[in-house]
Design a protein around this ligand. Sequence first.
Ligand code: UDX
Length: 426
Amino acid sequence: MNTVAVIGAGYVGLTTATCLAHLGHTVTCADINETRVDELNNGQVPIHESRLPELLQDGLFQQTLKFVVGARQAVTNSEFVFLCLPTPQGDDGRADISAISQVIEEIREIIPAGSIIVNKSTTPVGTNAAIQSLIQRDDVAVVSNPEFLREGVAVTDFLQPDRIVIGATDPEAAQKVTSLYNGIDAPIITVDPASAETIKYATNSFLATKVSFVNALAAVCEAVGADIESVTRGLGSDQRIGSRFLQPGPGWGGSCFPKDMQALVRMADDAGYQFDLLRAVIEANEQQFVRIVSKAEQLTDDKLAGATITLLGLTFKAHTDDLRNSPAIEVANLLSAKGARLIAYDPMVDSEAALPEGIELAQNMEQALADSDIAVILTEWPEFARANWGALRDSMNAPRVLDARNALDRHAMLDLGFQYDDLGRT
Ligand code: UDX
């Protein structure tokens, strides 16, 4: 087993640190946020990730995992240094890798000879080479090891991945990083660093494209009288397509898809290729927000101004508390601009502070739906499908539901007397 440093205790770093400790390594995870470090050393998990609390407790109890403030504290005797740092979208759409450059400056002199820097952050093609030149140490190798962790299920995605991608120029370094994952049953794909970095962007961009495709297909189904759930059953049965990521919704969002799509378009531009296909997918996603609003307009006979609209769901998807780039917030802003009064309920959002101006927060569905002119389902929380809509209907000002996640039973809602609309279902 090995001694590993993980720099960054966010979604990726925390998952990586706890899972590598779970695999038997001795891990020191560093973050700049002292409060977060203290919380973690006390076993408190600051993010919503299933299985993470148990793994954290195990690591702390077995003393195979600890947290420190600052990268320098973590690297002194580490054989591997994982970079799990934010690479936010810059104003120009390109990925901002300043956090990585800063850490490299910090550790350059003290990182032990023979150790390996493992970049798990999502970084533009060429960053591996940039880190190698920044570190100015020919006794330290740099390996790319992109992550494919979905929020909410990151631990499962780490321990049961479809594949592990290793990008390296040095075969020995590649082999050493591969051996860290002993105990995980998954194909290891070892390529050059630029290809590893490209695989990450290609994966997220293709997934976003698949989601935008099914959203557009749902609109076609409405126009031609087909049923999207029947169509995606037939479509997804083709092994070349696969049935996952074919669920229509208000559009894709989150802390990754939007920034990774923009970064890939910019990277291609900089390299001399106009990635118009991806530009079209980004535009189609923006249009999906508008489509949801126009459906709400139709359902309220074009009377959104002054209407009370209940938003059910604010997070960018269910089973997370993350509001970053949430399609629900995009739709809320468009509805607010139409003069609607917005009341929202999301089981994982309990403070209006994180919300745009004008969204009132209710504590439960009943409160959110009282005297409402229309309910719009924007996040697929199971609570919304389980609710007793017959009882909720009578408290609404008008029984109208726009189900932008196809989360409810269409026929049951129509039988209950709701004016009901969804995405592409007959
Ligand atoms: C994504 C990638 O899945 C993950 O591999 C990568 O490491 C990080 O980015 P995440 O951002 O957690 O993970 O979200 P994901 O579960 O992929 O969903 C992205 C968006 O697409 C969400 O807004 C979700 O609601 C939407 N989506 C997803 C759909 O609308 N329909 C689908 O069928 C799937």
